[in-house]
Design a protein around this ligand. Structure first.
Ligand SMILES: *Cc1c(COP(=O)(O)O)cnc(C)c1O
Length: 452
């Protein structure tokens, strides 16, 4: 047998994650590809900044979350929250997977119809439904979630001229143990307003009451709140059954489940802060199953999750415009996207990665956007390797609310790309141009000319 070579033993101090005199160790991995497509190539082809969505990640997340609910409750239906992201391509990914549409305005309603969602699978929420919106919804047998008494009376009035019985549910707000209470939407449970609305609807005989709805908050970190909400809706369900003999089709617990994003003002990163989504599924399912509702009459459980489903599947790619030292000596880096494009940086500390190999040196810096506005800050403080003009960066977990709340202010809205299941990018929304803006404007004749 060959003699083994002697190797000198070494003791090495491991200090990963521990602080030393230079601060805490932060590993910064460059993020160079999305679903196998190089970030650099995406920017070369579609420009910078650029929103990129991963169809693979959207589908995987949906299936994962759906399974959490379907393994705990027999009848589950998701309704895609249009306002979270209403690009048609994105909505249709959800519709292909079986999601209904949840809309909160007339134009979202029309978008859902145009995407091909059957009217009776469109849930119409929101406090601002015009008579025209309501008529359209009634005509299409959509599920109208009544927000206030004024809306209830408007529907009542419309039924006098339309020969269709509107399908309605009421939005219920309540004390779930999380404060402040979201009591501006719908009818309050505790003070009897919700019961009042139920009685008005049931006695009118002109509406078909099909369900109960609540939307108790957003980025909720307390699973038990959903248990309380589901239990209260189950009580209301039983009271309706006892008084009117009517068995409702569904209980809709709304959206608000958190994505693993880094909420400003929280100590831990989102991945550590956010409870497992299974806990939410468990508490909702348990509340319904343990209620007095007989097993053969269990309602369909509807979920209107938005941010939880899409946030992680969205990326914003951008480019460093400039770097400078502030008067305090602090490093600042100016990016080509800011609050205009990444509106959610108002309340999240989005993770930002460099998209190319970086040095081992790191420095605390501030990331500015491109706007000529003092408030345009993407990150007040972030530890990154020094970046130079032309370097690429990727902002993570930006899929929810950005491509709906973005604004055309100083800069135009950029291209949006979807990478399909095979890794092929598709342009799903074109960047705006000066032409896009001018199309909307009219110039009075007397202002058409001037001399300077
Ligand atoms: C905004 C909204 C949702 C989606 O909320 P998320 O926090 O994104 O899950 C669902 N239902 C209603 C009624 C909404 O207004």
């Amino acid at each position: 047998m060959e003699k083994l070579k002697y190797e000198r033993p070494v003791i090495q101090k491991l200090n990963s994650g521990l602080s030393n005199k230079f601060g805490s160790a932060t590993e910064i991995e460059p993020f160079t590809h999305i679903d196998g497509v190089p970030v650099k190539k995406l920017i070369e082809t579609y420009g910078s900044p650029l929103f990129v969505f991963s169809e693979r990640q959207i589908r995987a997340k949906y299936e994962e979350v759906k399974t959490m609910f379907t393994t705990r409750y027999p009848k589950v239906q998701f309704g895609w929250s249009y306002k979270t992201n209403y690009l048609n391509a994105i909505c249709n990914v959800y519709h292909q997977m079986g999601s209904w549409a949840e809309v909160v305005s007339g134009f979202e309603f029309e978008k859902a119809l145009k995407n091909g969602v059957p009217g009776n699978k469109i849930i119409f929420n929101g406090p601002d439904k015009t008579e025209a919106d309501l008529s359209l919804a009634i005509e299409h047998n959509s599920l109208i979630h009544i927000d206030h008494f004024d809306e209830l009376y408007t529907i009542q009035k419309l039924t006098q001229t339309l020969d269709k019985k509107p399908k309605v549910a009421i939005r219920v707000n309540m004390d779930t143990g999380v404060y402040p209470i979201w009591d501006r939407f719908g009818f309050n449970y505790e003070n009897g307003q919700a019961w009042d609305a139920v009685n008005k609807i049931m006695s009118s005989g002109q509406m078909d009451m099909v369900g109960l709805h609540c939307h108790i908050g957003t980025f909720m970190l307390t699973p038990s709140a959903y248990g309380v909400a589901a239990a209260k809706l189950a009580n209301l369900f039983m009271r309706i059954k006892q008084k009117f003999g009517q068995v409702l089709h569904y209980i809709d617990v709304g959206g608000g489940l958190p994505s693993p994003n880094n909420l400003k003002g929280t100590y831990l990163p989102g991945a550590d802060m956010v409870p497992p989504i299974e806990d939410f599924a468990e508490t909702i399912a348990t509340a319904l199953l343990n209620s007095d509702i007989p097993p053969n009459e269990l309602p369909l459980l509807i979920l209107e999750s938005g941010r939880l489903l899409i946030d992680e599947a969205g990326y914003l790619l951008g480019t460093v415009i400039a770097t400078k030292r502030l008067s305090s000596g602090r490093r600042s880096t100016v990016l080509d996207f800011g609050l205009n494009t990444l509106f959610t940086s108002m309340w999240y500390n989005h993770k930002i990665s460099p998209a190319q190999e970086v040095s081992n040196f790191k420095e605390d810096m501030v990331l500015y956007g491109p706007l000529c506005m003092n408030i345009d800050v993407v990150r007040e403080s972030i530890i990154l390797p020094p970046l130079s003009k032309g370097d690429l960066v990727v902002a993570h977990t930006v899929g929810a609310y950005n491509v709906t709340q973005w604004m055309q202010f100083i800069a135009m809205r950029p291209n949006v790309v979807l990478i399909d299941m095979r890794g092929n990018p598709h342009l799903i929304r074109r960047a705006e141009t000066t032409e896009t803006l001018n199309q909307m404007e009219e110039l009075p004749e007397h202002l058409s000319q001037f001399t300077l």
